[in-house]
Design a protein around this ligand. Structure first.
Ligand code: PMP
Length: 400
C-alpha cells in the first residue's frame, strides 16, 4: 500500500514503518482502526455492511444519544439558531446556549466559574496550558490522556510526571520542587484505557499539603460515579476541595464539546488569553443544546446510573467467570490485555464475526504498551446484550 519510491524524501517517508504495521494488522479485509458504521440502529446497535453488530465499545455510558429529550433539544436548536456559530467564543460565537450551559454547569458542580469549549480535548488544552505558565510546574499522572500531554507541550510550565495513581510518588516529587512558581497537579477520575479509578481524595490531600492546586479530568466518570453523577471526586467526597474539574460532552452527555469548572472565580480570566479557547469556532447550537438536555437528565435521573452499574456487574462477573482477567474492578470501562497486537487483532475480528464490536487499543495509545480489547458498558445495554458479549468472549482462547 505504501509506495516507498514515490514517497522517498517527502514528508511521508517517515510513515513507512507505520504503513507496514497497519498492513500486517489488517485481517480479512476489516480494518480495526476507524471502523466504518454504515447505519446506527440504536444506541447499542449498528449496521456494518450487511451485518448487525452489538456495540460494546462506545463511550455512550448513559445511552442518551437517542434520548427523545436530547434529540428534540438538538433539533429545536437547529431551528432556532441554525447549524453553526461560524466564529470563536470571543467574537460572534457566544450564544445564549453557551452561557446557559455554563450557568447549568456551575449550578451542577457548585462551582464559581465554568468555561465551555468546543471539545473536551480543547478544554484540557485551554485550561492547563494557560493556567500553568512560565516558572510554574505541571505535575501529571504518567498514564494521562494524550490531550493532557499535549496541553503540557503547549504550556510554558515545566512538566513532571509521577507514577500512575501514586500519591506517594507525587508527594516525593512535590517535596523536591523549588519554592518558586505555582504547582498544578493533574489526574483523571477514571482512566480511559484500563478503567482504573484514581485515589482522588488522597491526591487532593497531598497536593494541598504542598501548596499545589489539583485538576481532575472527569471525562469518563461524569454521569457514572457519585450520587448525582458528578464523577469520582464526588464519589470520594472531595468535590468541594478539587480546584478544577474538566469534562467532555462526547461521552455521557451524548454530544460534542468540553468544559472546565472551578471553585475559583478567577478561572474566568483565561477566556481572554487561552488560545485553544479563543482561536477556534464555538460548539454548534445542536451540540450545546444536546449537552444541556443531557446534563438535566444526568443530574435528575438516578435510574440510568443504576442500570449502567447493574450491567457493569453482570459483564464483569460474566467475563471473569469465562476465565478472563479484567484490568480493573467493576466499572464502565473494562479492558482485557492480550499477549500482543496480532493476537488482539485476530480476536477483535473473531468478536466481529460474532456480531460484537469492542475497541481495539494498541501502543502507543495504551499504558505499558499493552494490546487491549477494551469494552465499555452503557445503561442502554440489556441483560441479553451482556450475555451475547460474554458468549462471544467464551469462544476466544484463554491466553490471559
Ligand atoms: N480527557 C479524556 C480522559 C479523554 O478520554 C478524552 C477523549 N477520549 C478527552 C479528554 C477529550 O474529549 P473530547 O472527545 O471531547 O475531545
Amino acid at each position: 500500500m505504501f509506495d516507498t519510491e514515490a514517497n522517498k524524501n517527502t514528508v511521508f517517508a517517515k510513515f513507512q514503518k507505520l504503513a507496514e504495521r497497519v498492513d500486517t494488522l489488517r485481517v480479512s479485509g476489516r480494518t480495526p482502526f476507524g471502523m466504518r458504521f454504515d447505519e446506527m440502529l440504536s444506541q447499542t446497535r449498528a449496521r456494518v455492511g450487511n451485518a448487525e453488530v452489538l456495540l460494546a465499545g462506545t463511550n455512550n455510558y448513559l445511552g442518551l444519544t437517542y434520548n427523545p429529550d436530547v434529540m428534540d433539544a438538538a433539533k429545536q436548536a437547529i431551528d432556532t439558531y441554525g447549524t453553526a456559530t461560524t466564529g470563536s467564543r470571543l467574537a460572534n460565537g457566544t450564544y445564549s446556549l453557551h452561557l446557559d450551559l455554563e450557568e447549568d454547569l456551575k449550578e451542577y458542580f457548585g462551582a464559581a466559574s465554568a468555561i465551555v469549549c468546543t471539545t473536551g480535548y480543547q478544554a484540557n488544552l485551554a485550561a492547563l496550558s494557560t493556567l500553568a505558565g512560565r516558572g510554574d510546574h505541571l505535575l501529571i499522572d504518567a498514564d494521562s490522556h494524550a490531550c493532557i500531554y499535549d496541553a503540557c507541550r503547549l504550556s510554558d510550565a515545566e512538566t513532571i510526571r509521577f507514577r500512575h495513581n501514586s500519591p506517594e510518588d507525587l508527594d516525593k516529587r512535590l517535596t523536591r520542587l523549588p519554592a518558586e512558581g505555582a504547582r498544578l497537579v493533574v489526574i483523571e477520575g477514571l482512566y480511559s484505557m484500563l478503567g482504573d479509578v484514581a485515589p482522588v481524595a488522597e491526591f487532593v490531600e497531598v497536593a494541598h499539603a504542598h501548596g499545589a492546586m489539583i485538576f481532575v479530568d472527569e471525562a469518563h466518570s461524569i454521569g457514572c460515579y457519585g450520587e448525582n453523577g458528578r464523577g469520582v471526586s464526588q464519589a470520594q467526597g472531595v468535590l468541594d476541595k478539587v480546584d478544577f474539574i474538566s469534562g467532555t460532552f462526547s461521552k455521557s452527555f451524548a454530544s460534542i464539546g468540553g468544559f472546565c469548572v472551578s471553585r475559583h472565580e478567577a478561572l474566568e480570566l483565561i477566556r481572554l488569553v487561552s488560545r485553544p479557547y479563543l482561536f477556534t469556532a464555538s460548539g454548534s447550537p445542536a451540540n450545546m443544546a444536546a449537552a444541556r438536555a443531557s446534563l438535566k437528565i444526568i443530574a435528575a435521573d438516578t435510574s440510568l446510573r443504576k442500570e449502567l452499574w447493574d450491567r457493569v456487574y453482570q459483564l464483569h462477573t460474566g467475563l471473569s467467570d469465562a476465565g478472563f482477567t479484567i484490568s480493573s474492578p467493576p466499572g464502565p470501562i473494562m479492558a482485557i490485555s492480550r499477549p500482543d497486537e496480532h493476537v488482539a487483532v485476530a480476536e477483535w475480528n473473531q468478536l466481529m464475526d460474532q456480531g460484537v464490536y469492542v475497541n481495539l487499543a494498541v501502543p502507543p495509545a495504551t499504558p505499558q504498551a499493552k494490546s487491549l480489547l477494551r469494552l465499555s458498558v452503557s445503561a442502554a445495554h440489556t441483560e441479553a446484550d451482556m450475555n451475547q458479549i460474554i458468549a462471544a468472549f467464551r469462544t476466544l482462547p484463554k491466553t490471559a
